[in-house]
Design a protein around this ligand. Sequence first.
Ligand code: ACO
Length: 382
Amino acid sequence: MADDLRKGLEGVLVAESELSSIDGDAGRLIYRGYAIEDLARGASYEEVLYLLWHGHLPDEGELAEFTEAMAAEREVDDDLLETVRTLADAGEKPMAALRTAVSMLSATEPEADADAADLEASLRKGRRITAKIPTVLAAFERFRLGEEPVEPDPDLGLAANFLYMLTGEEPDEVAAETFDQALILHADHGLNASTFTAMVIGSTMADLYGAVTGGIGALSGPLHGGANQDVMEVLMEIDESDLDPRDWVEQATDEGRRIPGFGHRVYNVKDPRAKILQERSRELAENGESKWYEITTTIEEYLTGEKGLVKKGIAPNVDFYSGSVYYQLGIPIDMYTPIFAMSRAGGWIAHVLEYQEDNRLIRPRARYTGPGDEAFVPLEER
Ligand code: ACO
């Protein structure tokens, strides 16, 4: 029996999927056969969403129609905005606020009664959820700052529009492209913890609002999406300490602390997404503050070289460089994980819909290790 038990489901195959594949030894990631590097270089987040949801890259007409339909779904209703304002005023964490807001979004879903097996209706729901998440997050940030939300601009792509709603100013081309690329890189990643969570919920034929809300809960933890915020906090701790990053890391590892942004259940080498984000971080550093890029590369060189972490299969993951990229784009630190959710919602939806097409309720078992034969004692005798 003990041999059957796979803690953390490590290496357990539970489904077939055409969506994304990771080669953890080669450091390669593909979405439906396309290398992540090519998609990051040549596509937009909307194109990638279309690819994940519809099975092929869109032609110009398909993309225009899809982008327009997504942009038309960006607005959220006033009741929801008031709830977001209340959460912001109460000091709620952005991931928790997003989780609440996505759950509440289902109240205004025009096709709420559609069967989860109705793929076309589910795709429209998926579009609504994915289009509205940036609006919710930007509004939350505006409320926290004591400002009013900025209306979405349907002429901007999803990435540029988010930055616009966040600051009230249209981002420059570099910022918009960099952010769009970050969204592409986070859109899907096999059966990671949050995607699996969404799939488990979807396997009950619950609707997408439940699945995405669950995905947000799973993503919020520090072992998963929460690590990008932790990385930036570490970089700031190092900066404030005036310690050489190598000494800081040495001390931290001696204390048994894990270095956020390092290690991955599937990759044994550097995550290909980290390589792309490192390049973006370097470019942003050239025209702005260079210290974050310098600290991250120093840590990476030290841990992977001198400390030999890569030999143990612990290398930089996607979160290691995304923090400094977002920081240089002026995004508040506690919004990094919600941004991950903004992008990954596309992947959660793709996996849930793919799984539901040939659904089987996900229902594993636990090996019972409790007592076998206890005599019941009435309450008054305990
Ligand atoms: N720093 C130092 N040592 C590490 C790190 C790290 N970041 N990650 C793993 N290790 C060590 C562990 O201490 C352990 O060593 P031991 O065998 O001597 O005890 C060994 O590597 C294996 O670690 P596990 O926890 O068994 O590996 P697992 O596959 O379960 O963990 C995880 C993967 C959770 C991502 C882990 O690497 C971690 O905690 N990293 C830091 C948090 C992080 O960056 N998370 C983001 C992951 S990517 C994503 O979700 C988007």
